[in-house]
Design a binder for this molecule. Structure first.
Ligand SMILES: Nc1nc2c(ncn2[C@@H]2O[C@H](COP(=O)(O)OP(=O)(O)O)[C@@H](O)[C@H]2O)c(=O)[nH]1
Ligand SMILES: [Mg+2]
Length: 442
């Protein structure tokens, strides 16, 4: 962790400017070897930008560059850091990088952020959110990631951890009191404390189920009989002719998957093969895949043409995630639409915004993400669940008077589950897994 790392932090390819980041103790004198006037850099104050020329090892001028100079600990990584902006010719940026690499090492994926975490600039949840923000596929996902970077989740968890700690200290006090024959601690107070912590944790978990969808995308599956208009609706949502639309039933055999943003929420939309009995082997496989998608979807739009008759067999299981769509509304101006169904016509461009509203209502997504702690990540949700299980066990131990040692033990466990989210005790395996998903330069 003490060596100097560097990498290009802007995307590959030609651009106006390319930026190379160099971080680690000694990175400022290292760059100064190749920068003129070098004294200007060596004497530069922290958080300043200086202009000069970058030379290669053979003293050949390569480019005019701007250096943003950061001094430890006031930098992204917490170390001395320079961000070198050069002209965005990829070969030129490579030449500058190679020159620096004679004295430094190419950064691993996510290594700048890893250093930021290890140097205490951010907790693990914030570090993960950096990657989430870079990869976010909708405005709401961006906001959620930004809030996490700002530390809303971390602060909220720290509050819960403090409350767990307070409850545990009371248990330990109770153990001492018992030993010394002193009066008992206030049991009602302890019960209330554990109850309150549990309520807060459960609320966070409940919202987290939706938060995860914000990060991973909400899976919506178009289903219905062949020719009911699924592919047309798919194209209408995507605003492009992605799926083949024909009047021949059974056109869509394999499924299609595309992402788009609906009112800022990330949606993954699936167009599937129409559901019917079929002797065609390829179509049968397509229909089997449709059922697999339907099962895993967060929401199903079931399209039907003409009057609504019945859902396919065994669809009761999907009642909670189903929106029934009376498709091709232009062809059936007089049909009766059952309550709760949404009439829509792709051809007449009608009912599509009502359908979007129905989707958003049905998903019951968090609308206010701003300045609000929200779990968006499966790893965090799993840790929170472990915390809740331990708190529940503490509650039972208290109720059944199993002894304060047991309650304290569960509270320690609950606390350490939340520590895992923030990465308070770094684990090499976990860290390797998390930062491997980052790109080089972040
Ligand atoms: N009149 C009318 N025809 C439609 C509408 N949506 C789709 N169709 C037609 O219905 C046929 C089947 O559409 P398609 O999207 O391929 O259905 P899928 O088999 O469910 O994917 C095509 O000929 C479409 O042009 C609509 O809203 N109104
Ligand atoms: Mg189709």
């Amino acid at each position: 962790m003490n060596d100097i790392i560097c990498a290009r932090i802007t995307a590959a390819g030609t651009s106006a400017i390319a930026v190379i980041r160099i971080s680690g103790k000694g990175s400022i004198p290292l760059v100064a070897k190749y920068f003129r006037p070098s004294q200007k850099l060596l004497k530069a104050a922290a958080n300043t930008v200086i202009f000069g020329t970058f030379y290669d090892a053979a003293e050949k001028a390569l480019d005019e560059v701007l250096l943003s100079v950061f001094q430890a600990p006031k930098s992204y990584t917490g170390e001395d850091t320079i961000e070198l902006s050069c002209h965005g010719n990829p070969a030129l940026a490579d030449r500058i990088l190679s020159t620096l690499l004679s004295q430094a090492r190419l950064a691993n994926p996510g290594e700048f952020t890893l250093r930021a975490y290890l140097n205490g600039k951010m907790d693990l949840s914030q570090a993960e959110a950096v990657n989430d923000l870079i990869l976010a596929s909708s405005s709401k996902a961006e906001t959620a990631a930004l809030m996490q970077i700002k530390g809303y989740l971390g602060k909220h968890l720290a509050g819960i951890m403090q409350d767990i700690q307070d409850a545990r200290l009371r248990c330990e006090l109770a153990i001492d009191f018992c030993d010394q024959g002193l009066p008992q601690i206030d049991l009602d107070d302890l019960r209330q404390r554990i109850f309150n912590i549990l309520s807060t944790a459960r609320a966070l978990k409940e919202e987290g189920q939706n938060g995860i969808k914000l990060r991973e995308g909400i899976k919506i599956c178009l289903a219905g009989a062949p020719n009911s208009g699924k592919s047309s609706l798919f194209n209408a949502f995507l605003k492009q002719n992605r799926a083949i639309v024909t009047s021949v039933p059974g056109t869509t055999r394999d499924y299609l998957e595309e992402s788009f943003s609906l009112s800022g929420y990330p949606i993954v939309l699936y167009d599937t093969a129409g559901l019917r009995e079929s002797a065609d082997e390829i179509e049968q496989e397509g229909i089997a895949r449709s059922y697999a998608l339907i099962k895993n979807a967060d929401l199903i739009l079931y399209l039907y043409e003409g009057d609504f008759t019945d859902l396919p067999q065994d669809w009761q299981a999907y009642q909670d995630k189903l929106i029934l769509v009376a498709a091709k509304a232009d062809l059936y101006p007089d049909r009766l639409i059952p309550p709760g169904h949404v009439a829509a016509s792709v051809l007449a461009q009608a009912g599509l915004s009502a359908l979007s509203d129905a989707i958003l209502n049905h998903l019951n997504l968090p609308t206010v993400i701003l300045e609000h702690p929200l779990i968006t990540n499966v790893r965090h949700l799993a840790a929170l669940s472990r915390c809740i299980t331990a708190l529940e066990a503490a509650q039972v131990a208290l109720q059944q008077e199993l002894g304060f040692e047991f309650i304290a033990f569960e509270l320690i466990f609950a606390h350490s589950a939340l520590e895992d989210i923030l990465g308070i005790v770094p684990s090499t395996e976990l860290i390797n897994k998390i930062f491997a998903e980052f790109c080089i330069g972040k």
